[in-house]
Design a protein. Sequence first.
Length: 87
Amino acid sequence: RHWLNYFPPLAQRDLTAMGCGVDWRRSFITTDVNPFYDMFVRWQFNTLRKQAKVVKATRYAVYSPIDGQPCADHDRASGEGVGTQEY
């Protein structure tokens, strides 16, 4: 939970320095540290799941044998837009 105290002031400082107009009076934590927000998100996803608007499914992903994990387009220095290949 250290990061909840460490990073928000840095983010606020950096966003202010970039000239972003943010009303910081309305900021809140969006993790399970805030049980009201966490309960709302859980309710929202459960409601959408019951309506079949959110589904858990499988999809193809580009896999990096070097890193041993899937990687998205923006994770690669080259080869953006490359699709999956059948071997």
